[in-house]
Write a protein that binds this ligand. Structure first.
Ligand code: GLN
Length: 544
């Protein structure tokens, strides 16, 4: 039977619980254990798919097509374990299921209540498909004390009792703030938070204390005394220069050892951490640097492009260079044409990432044009591929009014809505104007690459599978004219119906992909497209 680790947060949000869970899982994995991480989100949206990136940051998409919390991206990047639909659940989804059952009459006349119906559903979610695992880490979103998270804490309390001693532990992540006027770190918020959690019936076994300054032994002892936790199990967690140093830092503070001890297990031999030391060594000792211009829409909020940001860093790890990302607001190029060269000339490569809606589209098309004309490496992801096709259509194929139906009715739908396509489960159909939630082409789809293409050599394969999240597709009715303009359709869906990759073989590096390769990149296994793109940026940096 799997052992369970329940992770809650206290005092404030944004304490890096997700990163802590991912790091602990990586450390347990480095000790030879099989792990899986799950995230419970207490909000009422059924999934984060319909939330604005400003609300929620990036929506992370799994192979099985779930739109999930961005923490699942950390989990996957740190452990290499592919996340599934069943690894992220929201209160909204739980209530949706319960209410559907109630309407069907499944409860046989009973009163449907938070306890036991909601808590049972939470417990089932935590335990589903865990037989072949050693540890399941369950992270509860939000902060202890929130009304919304109460059913989750209650479910943990019940589950801890049901699983029996030694089969579960609780980790509480808190903040130990530094009050500069007093020149001291303050433990009181942690004490209150632990008391609040204990009042709900959950006593933490390990405390992770986020702090800006090293936690003095005296404060550590005080937290241990007041919070009823062994002193060694009070783990200080200082900010790290890079997220990939976090597993090593937590290990140095003893978290994996304390977790095993809390389960009554022998810590045994030290974990194998060479994978992580190698990554940190490369990050700390770059042999050069490149600047990548990312022309997007949510550039004020780096969390909106979390996986993209990480995949670019991974490309840097692969090439032993530091990657500086310059986030550029596409609308700036629409307001001020002179800004295009001003902002893009200092960049060694240009990337247009995924996006929804018309805002900023012309600025992105202008960026494609700049990259193409100046021979600067260009990487278009999803929307960025669509804009590369519209640019090619307008500027090289003479289709002056080329556009996307996403922006309204058009006579030249170079990018159009798809209403039918094949998935593993058969023909999928959509109606124009239907629901927005869960109605995209989502998750892993295979593609076939042309044998002599640039991308086939980058992947070193002609068969790939990548994750998708979009409604619109490049319209194959325009393929011939676009190809005459030099834009080659080098990757297609296996039935040949949907364009997956376009490239310009006459350009130093110009690739557009309909999918999101950034979702599958790992620091220890950089995605080939990102490794190749950064390599092209390095070549470009030597030219200018
Ligand atoms: N808005 C575009 C579509 O739905 C692109 C989506 C994306 O970039 N993820 O097709």
């Amino acid at each position: 039977m799997a052992r369970f680790i329940f992770i809650t947060g206290g005092v404030v949000s944004s304490l890096g619980k997700g990163l802590m869970a991912a790091s602990l899982a990586a450390l347990l994995q480095a000790r030879g254990y099989r792990v899986r991480i799950r995230k419970f989100d207490p909000y009422l949206n059924v999934d984060p798919g319909t939330m604005s990136p400003y609300q929620h940051g990036e929506v992370y998409v799994t192979d099985d097509g779930a739109e999930t919390d961005l923490d699942l991206g950390h989990y996957e990047r740190f452990t290499g374990v592919a996340a599934h639909q069943s690894d992220n659940v929201t209160s909204g989804r739980i209530y949706q299921q319960i209410i559907q059952r109630e309407r069907r009459g499944d409860y046989l006349g009973a009163t449907v209540q938070v306890i036991p119906h909601v808590t049972d559903a939470i417990k089932q979610f935590a335990q589903a498909d865990t037989d072949d695992l050693d540890f399941v880490l369950c992270e509860i979103g939000g902060t202890v004390g929130d009304i919304e998270s109460l059913p989750f804490i209650e479910a943990i309390r019940q589950l801890r009792n049901e699983l029996g001693r030694g089969n579960s532990i609780s980790i509480h992540v808190t903040l130990v703030p530094f009050i500069s006027a007093a020149g001291e770190l303050k433990t009181k918020p942690t004490q209150h938070s632990v008391r609040e959690l204990a009042a709900l019936g959950v006593q933490p076994d390990v405390l992770v204390c986020r702090c800006e300054k090293p936690l003095p032994e005296g404060e550590r002892a005080k937290i241990a005394l007041f919070c009823n936790v062994p002193k060694e199990a009070v783990i200080p967690a200082l900010d790290a220069p890079s997220i990939y140093e976090v597993p090593l830092q937590y290990h140095a503070e003893g978290i994996d050892r304390e977790v095993l001890k809390a389960f009554g297990m022998e810590p045994g031999a030290a974990p194998r951490l060479d994978r992580w030391t190698e990554i940190v060594e490369r990050l700390e000792n770059p042999e050069g640097e490149v600047t990548i211009g990312v022309v997007g829409k949510y550039v004020g909020l780096p969390d909106a492009y979390k996986s993209l940001n990480e995949a670019l860093v991974h490309g840097g790890i692969a090439n032993r260079v530091k990657v500086n990302i310059r986030w550029i607001d596409a609308e700036l190029f629409e307001r001020e044409e002179s800004e295009i060269a001003a902002k893009l000339e200092p960049c060694h490569a240009i990337l247009v990432p995924g996006a929804f809606g018309e805002r900023g589209a012309e600025g992105k098309i202008a960026s494609v044009r700049f990259a193409r004309e100046r021979g600067v490496p260009y990487f278009g992801i999803c929307f960025g591929m669509q804009m590369a096709c519209i640019e090619g259509a307008r500027d090289l194929a003479g289709i002056e009014h080329a556009s996307s139906t996403e922006f309204g009715p058009t006579d030249e739908p170079v990018v159009g809505l798809i209403t039918e396509w094949m998935s593993q489960s058969g023909l999928e159909k959509r109606e124009a104007g239907g629901d927005l939630g869960g109605t995209m082409r989502l998750g892993a789809y295979p593609a076939k690459l042309a044998g002599n293409s640039v991308v086939a050599s980058i992947y070193d394969s002609t068969e790939i599978s990548e994750r998708h999240r979009h409604r619109y597709e490049v319209n194959t009715a325009y393929r011939e004219r676009l190809e005459e303009g030099g834009l080659v359709f080098s990757g297609m869906s296996p039935d040949g119906m949907l364009p997956e990759i376009v490239e310009r073989p006459d350009h130093p590096w110009f690739v557009g992909v309909q999918f999101h390769p950034e979702l599958k990149s790992k620091p220890f296994d950089p995605h080939p497209l990102f490794a190749s793109f950064i390599e092209a940026a390095v070549r470009q940096s030597r030219l200018v």
